[in-house]
Design a binder for this molecule. Structure first.
Ligand code: PRP
Length: 182
């Protein structure tokens, strides 16, 4: 993609860098209190969550380990099978001695997180919690509610801060609306 097209595709900034930073600080404090003294494993689902993971973990003042997964749910039409397609599994083979905190960039239909949580619960962690940067509840197709959403947004296509369109735009430091009109 050439730079002119790239720039034209960015319709408007929806959530600024400052707003993201402030909210992450606030939630980071809350989570640091909650997990103080507990063995914590922070997990994020690639690729979209990589920026959020980097910023959120730096606001956690408690000791923790990190790990990554690449996962998506299998589904046919609107029916989620509950089976997760794991392209990359956690490096931690045993999570039974950890409180697991999943950091995700966006909950859309809810399929990915519902199935990932189901899968990881089966590995018997001490607890499991999901924190998402963005939540689009209008798009939900399966019943799933994140424990914490930093921002709830209506149903429009967003890019930036880890979120892509055709693998581009992940590097934008803010969340923007994608321009579908050009
Ligand atoms: C996005 C996002 C979530 C998932 C949410 O990932 O990062 O993992 O979709 O959608 P859902 O609620 O409808 O399941 P995507 O599959 O686009 O891959 P990416 O993270 O590599 O961009």
């Amino acid at each position: 993609m050439d730079t002119a097209t790239f720039n034209k595709r960015i319709k408007r900034v929806v959530i600024t860098e400052e707003e993201i930073r402030a909210k992450i600080k606030e939630v980071g404090k809350q989570l640091s209190k909650e997990y103080d003294g507990k063995p914590l494993l922070v997990v994020s689902i690639l690729k979209g969550a990589f920026v959020f993971m980097a910023d959120m973990t730096r606001e956690l003042s408690v000791p923790h380990e990190i790990d990554f997964m690449i996962a998506s749910s299998y589904y046919e039409g609107t029916v989620s099978s509950g089976v997760v397609n794991i392209k990359l599994d956690l490096a931690h083979t045993d999570i039974s001695n950890f409180h697991v905190l999943i950091l995700e960039d966006i909950v859309d239909t809810g399929r990915t997180l519902k199935d990932v949580v189901h899968l990881l619960k089966g590995r018997k962690p001490l607890s499991i919690k999901v924190v998402t940067l963005l939540d689009k509840p209008d798009r939900r197709l399966v019943e799933f509610n994140p424990d914490i959403s930093l921002f709830t947004i209506p149903d429009y296509f967003v890019i930036g801060y880890g979120l892509d369109c055709g693998e581009f735009f992940r590097n934008l430091p803010y969340i923007a609306e994608y321009n579908t009109e050009i």
